[in-house]
Design a protein around this ligand. Structure first.
Ligand SMILES: Nc1ncnc2c1ncn2[C@@H]1O[C@H](COP(=O)(O)OP(=O)(O)OP(=O)(O)O)[C@@H](O)[C@H]1O
Ligand SMILES: [Mg+2]
Length: 296
């Protein structure tokens, strides 16, 4: 079995350089505008939560960040690479630097917890691996360490589909850490978990990422939970950024306004938003206003 290939050069983004840079990013599906002229920079080591009503474009934005979707117009760069125009090699390199934590965990049920974590290291190896014993010992040791960090060392050899939801998500987090991802995208990572487990898993995800200096972009509906952990809150509505603020500068009540449904008919929705915006009068669609971008 071949030894691990040299990891691709991972040059940390220079301080101040955004890791994700979206400019007028729009994505349409037929007549649906999922993202509408989004301008957003995510900086290194930020813990950024993206939130908003169902259908506001959160998952679509996250999927653009690892090249699973491409823009209809505008541009996006992740680690200086545009996933839409990247070569296959660049895209492979990019996906190694970007981890994805899914709502439904995305584990292989028949594999053990350790097998799933190890699969996060496949990008570092040449050729396939069929079971835990086919990975180099150094990798097995490292994978166990990551399982230990999420409190699951004692579950290493348990099949993933027999673990509880919270345990499965912790395995998925360990897999992302083992992948050595620098940018962690998490799409409603605790939406399938009870409140107490959600708190525990979110706390674990964000504290470990902060400890490792990783950048996190996480979609989340639990605003209070997000306010407790995030550095920055980005609110989306109808595919537009309508709020962008440091979490510490935001109250739960202010954040919840992103979720306010208009009391008006659909063609009067912008009037509903006039209550939130400072400059809504000139805008036919919701835009960032009331809680202006103070993000430094
Ligand atoms: N592949 C697709 N084909 C057609 N429409 C799509 C596709 N992906 C997303 N959409 C539409 O784009 C809009 C935004 O979807 P998205 O999944 O990004 O929302 P979301 O904010 O993640 O919602 P939720 O909170 O329910 O997960 C929705 O109207 C959705 O139906
Ligand atoms: Mg979604």
């Amino acid at each position: 079995m071949s030894e691990p290939a040299a990891s691709p050069t991972t040059i940390p983004a220079p301080r101040g350089e955004p890791i994700v840079r979206a400019r007028a990013l729009s994505r349409r599906y037929g007549s649906t505008v999922a993202l509408d002229e989004v301008d957003l920079d995510i900086h290194a080591r930020e813990l950024c939560v993206i939130f908003g009503l169902s259908g506001s474009g959160k998952s679509t934005f996250l999927r653009h960040c690892n090249g699973l979707q491409t823009p209809s117009s505008g541009s996006l760069q992740v680690f200086g690479i545009d996933p839409a125009t990247a070569t296959r090699r660049e895209l492979r390199g990019l996906r190694q630097r970007v981890g994805f934590v899914f709502q439904h965990f995305g584990l292989v049920g028949r594999l053990t917890a350790l097998g799933n974590v190890l699969s996060g290291g496949l990008g570092r190896l040449r050729g396939p691996r069929y079971d835990v014993s086919s990975y180099p010992q150094s990798m097995r040791r490292e994978a166990l360490q990551q399982l230990d960090r999420v409190g699951l060392a004692d579950r290493a050899f348990q099949r993933a589909d027999t673990l509880s939801g919270g345990q499965q998500q912790r395995v998925a987090i360990a897999r992302t850490l083992f992948q050595r991802a620098e940018l962690v995208l998490a799409d409603e990572p605790v939406a399938s978990l009870d409140p107490e487990t959600s708190e525990q898993v979110m706390g674990m995800l964000l504290s470990i990422c902060a400890e490792d200096g990783l950048t996190v972009l996480c979609s989340l509906h639990q605003v209070d939970l997000a306010l407790g952990w995030a550095d920055r809150m980005v609110g989306l509505r109808d595919g537009r950024v309508v709020l962008d603020q440091p979490a510490r500068a935001l109250t739960s009540q202010q954040a919840m306004r992103v979720y306010q449904r208009s009391q008006h008919e659909p063609d009067e929705q912008s009037a509903g938003w006039a209550a939130v915006e400072t400059d809504a009068a000139s805008s036919p669609r919701p835009r960032m206003g009331d809680v202006a971008s103070e993000h430094a």
